[in-house]
Every structure is written in C-alpha cells, then in structure tokens.
Design a protein around this ligand. Structure first.
Ligand SMILES: Cc1ncc(COP(=O)(O)O)c(C=O)c1O
Length: 353
C-alpha cells in the first residue's frame, strides 16, 4: 500500500489517521455469535431481515469487480453512487481553503459542487470549441499554481457527449504531479476501452464508473473508483463505515451476472441515439446536432429557453444547457425508449419557431 508520492499528496492529518475499525471489519467469517454491534438479534419489524450491518468494505462486490477489471480488490473504492466517490476523493486530497481542483467546463457539475462544499478553490479551464481539453491552458495553469491536487476529466464528457482524446489525457497524466480523474460514467456507450487498463502505468490516475447508467441501476446508488491501492487505503480511512447498504451491494453483485443484458441495453440505447441524431438533423430550426458517445444528445437551436418551455408544456423534460459556457442555445436530451424518442421528435416537428 505504501506509495510515498501518493502520501505526499494526501492531507497530512489523514496520513496519520487510522481507519475507523468496526467490529465487523475485524472478523471475516459469516458464522458466529454476533454480539459486537448492538444490533437487534431477533429480527426486523419488516418481513425481510434488515437487522445486521452491511459489509463495510464490500469485499464480495470488490472481488467480482476486480476480476472483471483485471485489478486487485484493494484498488477499488465503492461509494454511494459515484457522487460519493468524488466527494471522498476530494476530502482525501484537498485541504480546505488551501488546495484547489481543476474542472474543464462545460462538464458535470458535481466536481465543482463537492469542492465548493469543502471550501476548496476550483479553477476552470474551458474546453476548446470542439469540446476537447485546452492542453496549453492546462499546462500553463499547473505550472503556475502549486496548490492544485486534482484535475477532473469526464470522458465521454457530460453534457457534450464526446470522448476526450487519449493523447491529451496522457499529456496531462505525464505533466501533472497531482491526481487525474477520468470519469467514465458513460464509457459503456462508447467503443473506447476503459482507462482502468492503464492504471498500472500511471500511479496518479483515478477512474470512476457507475452502475447508474448502462446497467440501469441508478436507485441502488453504487459507484466505483479505481486507483493505486494507497489512494484507496486513505479513502477507506475517512469514509463512513457503512456507506453502501447491503441491498445495493447484493444488487450490484447480481447485476454483474447480467453483463449480457447491459450490453443489450447499450445496443438498444445507441440505436435510439442514432435515431434521435438522424431525426434532429432533418428538422430545419435545429442548427447543430453534436456527435455523442454517450446515452444523450446535445443539440443547438436559436432560442433554447423558448424550446425548453415548449417541450415542458408538452410534458417532455430535457436539460437546458443554454447558460453553460460554450453551450449557448443548447439542450441535452437523454435517449429514452423507442416510444419516448418518437414522441420527442414528433413534438419537436410541430414546434413553430
Ligand atoms: C459524468 C457523471 N459522473 C457521475 C455521475 C453520478 O453518477 P452516480 O449515479 O453514480 O452518482 C453522473 C450522473 O449523472 C455523471 O453524469
């Protein structure tokens, strides 16, 4: 677990902390007389049994994920959604008021939100006009500021839908001494191979994934963070002991037995994406339809706010991105079922500009 480069980046007081040790973490067997956690031994007031605490380190799930990703279980952190992975990662590395993170808007807002909640400075380096990393600006920033601990990259990027160029990410990984996060929430919808394959090359690489998208398990709240085992050790040190409930752990394990079904979902949703893109391109008032490697499509119109209101009036809810940098006039639509996609297109066709 010892990695002195990582140790130097972790908040100093966390390096000195011992992980919170619940009694259940110390005893690994399933049989025994469990009188350690002040649980109700008789049962639960509901029909199903809910009376025992869950596995604090989610070992069964981690073992299954480790064999899928060809990694070790101690390179995996499981969070209550990847939102929690982002939050714990920031709190592991960044000192309130002193440290900073970098985000590349337009991008998923949780990185900035989680940093601000801890009073951590957020530098914004806008993507270029074709939604790629502004490498020059990033390199300039990291050479100038020495308090930056984490750079967040989302690929495929939410809300633009495109993958971020592998070469550019490599440049950042090689030049930045801090942590580079690649959020692959939507990677299943792309043809790209996962960055988890390159964890052994870069000790500062962190990859985030989720069961919420292609697996269709958003309400189970399970996110995964893959990294050097030293990073995982310190994240485990500060996480809440029972951060992932037993139902979600079991559900996620079951989900991993249905990868074929997930792949079928991906094929169906990618076909839906193509339908939406093709049909949007035929509508005269739509100015631009962006390429997508995710389960959503970004498109541009003259007045996004008016169109958004019109869609709402027809009970169709999309994401209005008009106020985000570089996205004036843009709406993001998630790929729905076949019937939902057709209804969406039909309602759009009836819009009078
Ligand atoms: C890029 C990205 N990362 C992470 C998340 C959060 O996912 P989770 O449901 O695992 O918290 C989302 C949710 O929309 C997202 O778009």
């Amino acid at each position: 677990m010892k990695n002195s480069t990582i140790d130097n980046l972790i908040r100093p007081h966390i390096v000195k902390m011992k992980p919170y040790s619940s009694a259940r973490a110390e005893y690994t067997g399933d049989d025994g007389i469990f009188l350690d956690a002040n649980e109700n031994p008789i049962g639960s007031v509901c029909n199903e049994l809910h009376n025992r605490y869950p596995d604090p380190l989610q070992q069964n799930l981690k073992n299954a994920l480790a064999s899928i990703e060809n990694l070790k279980a101690n390179q995996i952190f499981i969070g209550n959604g990847s939102d929690e992975c982002i939050d714990v990662l920031i709190r592991t590395f960044c000192e309130s008021k002193d440290d900073a993170v970098v985000v590349c808007p337009p991008v998923f807002s949780m990185y900035e939100h989680a940093a601000h909640a801890q009073n951590i400075q957020v530098h914004e380096v806008l993507l270029t006009e074709n939604f790629q990393l502004n490498i020059e600006a990033l390199l300039q920033l990291i050479s100038k500021e020495n308090n930056i601990k984490i750079i967040f990259i989302c690929s495929p990027n939410n809300p633009t839908g495109n993958l971020i160029k592998e070469n550019d990410i490599e440049i950042i990984l090689n030049h930045f001494k801090g942590i580079v996060v690649i959020d692959e929430a939507y990677q299943d919808f792309s043809d790209n191979i996962s960055w988890t394959n390159r964890l052994s090359e870069f000790h500062n690489l962190v990859v985030i994934k989720t069961f919420s998208k292609a697996y269709g398990m958003a309400d189970a709240r399970i996110g995964m963070l893959y990294a050097d085992d030293a990073i995982i050790h310190y994240m485990n040190t500060i996480k809440m002991p029972y951060n992932v409930n037993q139902y979600s752990q079991t559900l996620a394990l079951t989900a991993l037995h249905h990868v074929d079904k997930k792949n079928e979902f991906v094929a169906t949703l990618n076909a839906g994406r193509k339908y939406i893109q093709d049909e949007l391109a035929k509508i005269s008032f739509i100015q631009q339809v962006f390429a997508s490697d995710a389960n959503y499509v970004l498109f541009k119109v003259e007045n996004a706010n008016d169109l958004y209101k019109y869609l709402i009036a027809h009970k169709i809810i999309v994401r209005n991105r008009d106020s985000a940098p570089l996205l004036k006039g843009c709406l993001r639509v998630s790929v729905g079922t076949k019937a939902e996609n057709e209804k969406f297109i039909e309602v759009l066709r009836n819009y009078i500009v």
